[in-house]
Design a protein around this ligand. Structure first.
Ligand code: UD1
Ligand code: CA
Length: 485
């Protein structure tokens, strides 16, 4: 738990985000497996605040429903009209006081559209705030281009922060300042509440600016401080989809770096995309063109890719998965998947099993050492251990209305090109003949043959296709055969 546990974190997420040009509210756009606001909530949680409030406004039903899904403990405060960041924080604090919470200590304010902000940076801000005994501490950053941001104005002699001036309200001299307001603050709860009551709207946007609180507190003789972010990219706020892609790239790089430093080989970080929720064991190896999403886990010495997308999939120790799409699948230790396999939800592959080339599986389990090597569909099935499914087989699971289950025992050998019409059971150690349509249960140890008998009609080509190339070839074959004798 954080040494500087804040009384509350207030996340501002009421804005519309018109520049996204989207039917989806800005803070619900996702990168690396979480919504923008989801990343901010996750970083905020690292501080273990007593209360976490998200201020919602635009599309608030949608945003509120999403928040309830990702974090049951989060509270929401409604800001009906977006009258500025100061007004938004006021709505957040009023939500808490309205439900009987008396805030005592530090309030951290963050924006809902800064997904790269880390818990570690928030910790540093909270700790600087406490150590310096400030009334307010603003997280600032030196940026290459400060256009659009609030500028940090410091006293020429002491270097103390005196004010934050919004771009639109700034003089030319102030616009030249490259140190900007990240939009993240630590405040003394009581002083913040009092100062918000004094914020006016006499600015170019007619809004209640949160940034005005700094000047108000300073004029009242309180300590105003700043913490400079180590990496300005961390405070990147997302306003459009160009910035969304940029943030995704940066976060992906960060996640891959963490994975590599923990012992994962990533052959080509430039074409590998992972979600924040993916986990690895050392010596996992990821080939180029791979997407690892959701709760995917790669165990030690597993090898994934190239050109593979795994969603909520676990890959066991030493398993190899190549050119594959998998969703909610479990791949056992030492198993092989692909190239060109599609594992749909509920595919469970036992240790050392195989789902090979052009194999699709769904809601089906394959026992230890069992193999479906080529060109097959395995849907709604349970297959025992050390069984081999012949090439080009289909588990016929759908009668047009309902799905049915197929059960195959251990040590079975089904022939190539079988149609296994469910519901059907094949006992342990049974065989089926190639080209069979299996509609009846096969007892253990039997051979099932379920296909038309072959009939050869001699001389058919000579009679029905006289003078054709086929007829000549057949005639030559007969002559060769006779002269051999
Ligand atoms: C704000 C800061 C600016 C800073 C920049 C950093 C103010 C006045 N300006 O400017 O100094 O450099 O962030 O990115 O604080 N929001 C609400 N309700 C509102 C207004 C905003 O919830 O009424 C939320 C937005 O959804 C967003 C955040 O507050 O998440 C910031 O608002 P935005 O309009 O993007 O502020 P900027 O103009 O970027
Ligand atoms: Ca912004």
């Amino acid at each position: 738990m954080s040494a500087n546990r804040p009384a509350a974190v207030v996340v501002l997420a009421a804005g519309e985000g018109t520049r996204m040009k989207s039917a989806t509210p800005k803070v619900l756009h996702a990168i690396c497996g979480r919504s923008l606001v989801g990343h901010v909530v996750a970083a905020s949680r690292e501080l273990s605040p007593e209360h976490l409030v998200v201020v919602v406004g635009h599309a608030r039903e949608q945003v509120t429903a999403h928040l309830a899904e990702i974090d049951a403990e989060v509270r929401t405060a409604v800001q009906h009209e977006q009258n500025g960041t100061g007004h938004a924080v006021r709505m957040g604090l009023e939500e808490l006081s309205g439900s009987g919470v008396a805030l005592d200590g530090t309030v951290i304010v963050v924006c809902g559209d800064t997904p790269l902000l880390t818990g570690a940076t928030l910790e540093r801000l909270a700790s600087a705030h406490a150590t310096d005994g400030n009334a307010v501490t603003v997280l600032t950053a030196e940026v290459p281009d400060s256009t659009g941001y609030g500028r940090i104005v410091r006293d020429a002699a002491s270097g103390a922060v005196t004010a934050i001036v919004e771009h639109k309200d700034a003089t030319d001299a102030q616009r030249a300042i490259r140190e900007i307001n990240s939009g993240v603050f630590a405040f003394d709860a009581q002083l913040l509440t009092d100062a918000l009551g004094k914020v006016r709207t006499d600015n170019s946007q007619g809004e209640e600016y949160l940034t005005d609180v700094l000047g108000i507190l300073r004029e009242a003789g309180h300590r105003v401080g700043a913490a400079v972010a180590g990496d300005h990219r961390e405070i990147l706020g997302i306003n459009n989809r160009v910035q969304l892609a940029e943030a995704r790239r940066l976060l992906n790089e960060r996640l891959l770096e963490r994975a590599m430093l923990s012992g994962v080989t990533v052959v080509d970080p430039g074409t590998t995309w992972i979600d924040a929720t993916v986990t690895f064991e050392p010596d996992a190896l990821v080939h180029p063109g791979t997407q690892l999403l959701g709760a995917t886990h790669l165990a030690a010495h597993s090898e994934v890719g190239p050109n593979t997308r795994l969603t909520d999939t676990t890959v066991g120790e030493g398993a190899v998965v190549s050119f594959t799409v998998a969703d909610r699948a479990e791949v056992g230790a030492g198993a092989g998947v692909g190239p060109y396999a599609y594992l749909r939800p509920g595919s469970r592959l036992g240790a050392k099993s195989k789902a090979g080339t052009y194999v699709e599986m769904k809601n089906a389990s394959l026992g230890e050492g069992s193999k479906v090597p080529h060109l097959s569909y395995v849907g709604d099935a349970t297959i025992g251990d050390h069984t081999n499914i012949g090439a080009a087989s289909v588990f016929v699971n759908y009668d047009g209305v309902n799905k049915h289950h197929t059960t195959i025992g251990s040590h079975c050998r089904t022939g190539a090109d079988n149609m296994l019409v469910a519901p059907v059971t094949i006992g342990d150690g049974a065989y089926t003949a190639a080209g069979s349509v299996i509609t009846k249960d096969v007892p253990p140890g039997s051979l099932a043959v379920a296909r038309g008998q072959q009939r050869n009609i001699e001389g058919w080509v000579a009679r029905k296709r006289p003078g054709s190339a086929a007829a000549r070839a057949a005639e030559n074959a007969h002559q060769d055969h006779q002269s051999d004798q």
